[in-house]
Unconditional design. Structure first.
Length: 50
C-alpha cells in the first residue's frame, strides 16, 4: 500500500550513478499515460523570477 503524500507539489531528486531522477506520483503517470521504460523529451522552460 502506498503512503499518502502531504504535498504533491514537492518532489525529491535522487542520484543513481551519473544520472539524476525525480519521483512522480502514480496518478500523474496514469494521467499522462507514461509507461515504465518509455523515452521522454525534456525541455527547459526559461522562466525566471524566484
Amino acid at each position: 500500500m502506498r503512503r499518502k503524500l502531504k504535498n504533491k507539489e514537492i518532489r525529491k531528486i535522487y542520484s543513481h550513478g551519473n544520472s539524476l531522477g525525480v519521483t512522480l506520483p502514480r496518478e500523474i503517470l496514469d494521467e499522462l499515460r507514461w509507461r515504465k521504460g518509455q523515452k521522454l523529451v525534456v525541455k527547459k522552460n526559461e522562466v525566471r523570477g524566484f
